[in-house]
Design a protein around this ligand. Sequence first.
Ligand code: S3P
Length: 732
Amino acid sequence: MVRQLCIIGVGLIGGSIARAARQAGLCQRIIGYGRPDDLHNLKSAKALGVIDDYCLDLATAVQDADMVIIATPVGAITHILTALRPLWSAQTVYTDVGSTKGNVIQALATVFGDVPDNFIPAHPIAGAERSGVEAAKADLFHNKRLIITPLAHTRTDCLGQVQAFWRGLGALVSSMDAQHHDRVFAATSHLPHVLAFVLVDMLGHRDEQEEIFKYAAGGFKDFTRIASSDPAMWLDICSANQKELVPLLDKLQCELDNIRQMLVEDDRQKLFATFMYARNARQRFLQQFEGIMSKSSTFYVQPGGQLKGIARVPGDKSMSHRSIMLGSLAEGTTHVKGFLEAEDALATLQAFRDMGVVIEGPVNGEVTIHGVGKHGLQAPKNDLYLGNSGTSMRLLSGLLAGQPFNSVLTGDKSLSGRPMKRVTDPLAHMGADIKTTENGTAPLYITGKAGQMQGIHYEMPIASAQVKSCLMLAGMYAQGETSITEPAPTRDHTERMLAGFSYPVKKEGSTVNINADGKLLACDIDVPSDISSAAFFLVGASIAPGSDITLQHVGINPTRTGVIDILRLMGANITVSNERVVGGEPVADLHVVYSPLKGIDIPEELVPLAIDEFPVLFVAAACAEGQTRLSGAEELRVKESDRIQVMADGLQLLGVDAQPTPDGMVIQGGNPIGGGTVVSHGDHRIAMAFSIAGLRAHAPITILDCANVNTSFPEFKSIAIHLGLDLVSEES
Ligand code: S3P
């Protein structure tokens, strides 16, 4: 809480700070200061209620202030500091909002001899097209970044106060050193402004003869929007940061020369690669930006209803991952249709782009991969961030173990808590060098062991397709044979897709054999709909009286159809029709009509074949007459969440008798399902499973923490609504 805040310069930024601080109840009294020629502005700030009072005399303005914020243009900083120097007080915290930080620190050093320890240099990354106090808004900084650039001797109490103040205004506060700040903003803000000004300047002069502006459409307007910014302010900023800006202009000049040359030589391939890289990079930035902005999503489901109609759920996640991996390692160009445009599969796609693979798309599920060959991957410049995706991390660890470069694999909070020893231990036997945390979790630090990996025979202690696939990919770079025996059948998409890419793989009973003698030849891949996504509606239609749906083009690989078998054992009415083979994978349409379900003991051999479908199968069990018992499924405890505990907690909250066991659950079904608020713990399949439970609930269900539905099934909400579920979501 600030007793008295003095704002020097009450324009858009200063005024918005005042409005936001007042709204958040962060200070008792706000005094504005300005020069005499600013009187009109200060008067309107007071009339608008932005400030309590103003002062044209600096000494009086700062006299009783416990915080002073300098919100003038950066060019005025030396002048203001010089005037402040005789008034400086150790009891006051001073800060600023300048877009450049090196020059502020330089000015402080010049005026004071040394930078005072109670000055906190800060920069809010926010603005508006309009300027002046009339445009000031209380929410200008909400969810926007604020960067603080403290010095080694900065007082921690003052630092803490400024951080808390900005957090109170709704900003996302971070710190970096001043030089780094200026370098980053020279590139991301100052250079683009210069470019916009220069382009409009150049074309503006020509326009007198050529009527360019008459035909200037959206692209020109978008690109030059920032040329409408205040020229005096930008003159100040660019000259304050010229040290960082000039080298960037030199670099840009080289880039322009390169592009010019490519055009002169009609080098379409190089031009394409440049444009392509830029487009993808921009999309990635936007996604990251949206990721920061939309932090949470809540689903609200109204009780009851039925599912009716026809739908096609998006592409299979497991196959989408593998299509990018194998397409990248292939010789030639691979075209993928039906690719799952969801965060997990996109994380794999990005990882391969980061290793130098040119990948076009995805556009409407179509991806074109310009394969680099089995030995063509390049060292990634940064850590490979794999988000929530266990499949990406485990499969990549095998593939990267035998490369001629090092790599680091990181993930989000959930992925960073999942066990990785199941892959790093057998890989170590093959000669891999992968460091995990003490708990055996990510980040994974991989030292590439090209030419030094040895094939092994591995009896998998758990039935895991991810472990099997990881070792197969490692086996493609190892000397001798790698053979893997699984204790129970698991999904075999890696085996099938490798065969599609003409890579030799031998299957003998429960053992798969692979070695390094082979190459991948590009092919076309048609990814069927994901049965794991279809499962939500298979269950939904089975539990909601009156339902009748058809799900088209669903992958029905026998290593994935456990959910159909289990539902049928419970009495579901599911018909498989139009069976065909597409790109080596069986596909069919699934017709589901409501039918009363009964509880069963789920056969253990079906567990690996339905491993991802248990959250929604627990919902089916809650609606089935009698007891359903699942055992042999301890793997569920180490998925994106502990799916046994999280589902049992949620079901109990809804009034269902669901008792978790170490390796499964016992559910007494058939009693009414109530309403309430359940938490998905960021697990996509938990969020979707509880949405489906709404069909049989007697009161609304609210599901918190649903943003991760985007990892596997971004269209879940729209398809669920299309089929008849009463679902709305709220993002914040
Ligand atoms: C997957 C295998 C399964 C599954 C995961 C995807 C794959 O994991 O749960 O969603 O694509 O190989 P496990 O093999 O670890 O059971």
